[in-house]
Design a protein. Sequence first.
Length: 58
Amino acid sequence: MSEPSYLAPASPKSLLEQMQELLASVNADLADLGSDLEAAGARAAEPREPLEPAEGGW
């Protein structure tokens, strides 16, 4: 029984193509992380009630 054609690409990707895809994926992940950090920074900038130190001090 032969393997289905959808399991293997017609021609293997070159190392350059693989690296370009990896770089695009990393860039997208970094953009998501950047927006998450910006949102967290906006939340951190909002005034909050101060934390009380635990018994025994710091």
